[in-house]
Write a protein that binds this ligand. Structure first.
Ligand code: F6R
Length: 364
């Protein structure tokens, strides 16, 4: 039931601190800040390559995970959308781990890709939210998200829970490979455990986001920009806006702007910039200046420090708590979800049942 919420999507966005904490609780041990994944009957330290396959929002979770696997476990990662992966002839190395991410666990293309990899002798891991689903049953290694049933067609809480599981898995692999010391593990786990409180702090800005939604609602096109692990979050923001408000939106890696999309910029195209302060901040700000110089209207999503440095002259700003870069993708999911939600409300679209979309995509 929706309780006090207007829509399931809104309720599910607000459940994120709780369900992310629940999910983290089953992969991390709080008493000593360590990773505590289920026992596998194979040696995860011998995995030489990870192949990630998923669709839509789950695919974006995979894109974020690629950064983490590379950074922590120093393992090469291939990633593809399931509908492309299954029709090429992917090279799968012996001893590889194939990782499938799916809220429903039933997405036809992802399931077909899973079966293909299984036939090829890959070890199959599945991050799924429905424990009775086909993918959950067919995986060698089941990594459940504990988001609870997701009713809104646009995925929100399942996504942040996927990120939580994937971060724990990447850290686990790093620990087993001897690449993460006990101190580093404690530090990483400590940051992950900060995520629920930071998600709450992000949700506190709901009213600010609601009150600026009318600035985006009239737009025909919207661009989202981000760098590093926040680039997939730009893609996710654009997808959410498209899905529920029917506004055309594109996500771009900030540095790619000047290679084409900058031609679109004029004062009718709002540009949403995701830029937590940190090592990539200055670079993203200089991309933002390129947009501004061409009359672009910017919405900057950053923390207090970032907004102080670069917020002036923006059409609007959305303040996020200051977070460790590891959890920034989880936290920055909130403002892009809320922005899409409130823009859809301004437009009066059917938020929970957007046109042409189904919750579980069982056609190929
Ligand atoms: C976006 C959305 C879809 C799904 C995609 C994959 O909000 O919900 O893009 O993420 O259809 O679905 P699952 O995760 O069930 O495989």
């Amino acid at each position: 039931e929706k309780g006090n919420y207007r829509h399931f999507m809104q309720k599910e966005i607000f459940e994120q601190p709780t369900v992310v904490a629940q999910t983290l609780g089953s992969y991390l041990r709080q008493s000593d800040n360590s990773v505590a994944l289920p026992q596998f009957d194979f040696d995860i330290s011998s995995i030489r390559r990870v192949t990630i396959v998923a669709c839509g929002t789950s695919y974006y979770a995979g894109m974020v995970a690629k950064y983490w696997f590379e950074q922590f476990a120093r393992v090469p990662v291939d990633i593809d959308v399931a509908s492309e992966f299954r029709y090429r002839d992917p090279v799968l190395e012996d001893g590889g781990l194939s990782l499938f991410i799916s809220q429903s666990g039933e997405t036809a293309d992802t399931l077909a890709a899973l079966r293909h990899c299984k036939e090829q002798g890959q070890t199959i891991a599945a991050v799924v939210n429905v424990p009775t689903s086909s993918m959950a049953r067919e995986a060698d290694l089941l990594l459940p998200t504990h988001a609870g049933p997701e009713i809104g067609v646009a995925s929100t809480k399942a996504f942040t829970c996927q990120l939580a599981v994937l971060a724990a898995l990447a850290a686990h692999m790093a620990v087993t490979k001897g690449l993460m010391s006990r101190e580093e593990e404690q530090e990483v786990v400590g940051h992950l455990l900060e995520a629920p409180a930071c998600l709450n702090a992000a949700l506190d800005h709901d009213d600010d986001i609601a009150s600026m939604a009318h600035l985006i609602a009239p737009a025909r096109d919207v661009l989202y920009l981000g760098r590093g692990p926040d680039y997939p979050m730009a893609l996710e923001g654009a997808l959410k806006l498209k899905e529920i408000s029917y506004i055309h939106a594109e996500g771009y890696a900030s540095g790619e702007m000047k290679h084409g999309p900058i031609a679109l910029i004029d004062d009718d195209v709002p540009v949403i910039v995701l830029a937590p302060s940190g090592p990539l901040f200055e670079k993203t700000v200089s991309n933002m200046e390129e947009v501004r110089a061409r009359g672009g209207q910017i919405v900057l999503i950053s923390d207090a420090k970032g907004l102080e440095e670069a917020g002036e002259g923006c059409m609007a700003t959305i303040e996020m708590p200051k977070v460790h870069p590891l959890i920034a993708p989880l936290v920055y999911a909130v403002p892009v979800q809320l922005l899409a939600y409130h823009v859809a409300c301004v437009k009066g679209t059917d938020v929970d049942q957007p046109r042409n979309l189904a919750k579980s995509v069982t056609v190929e």
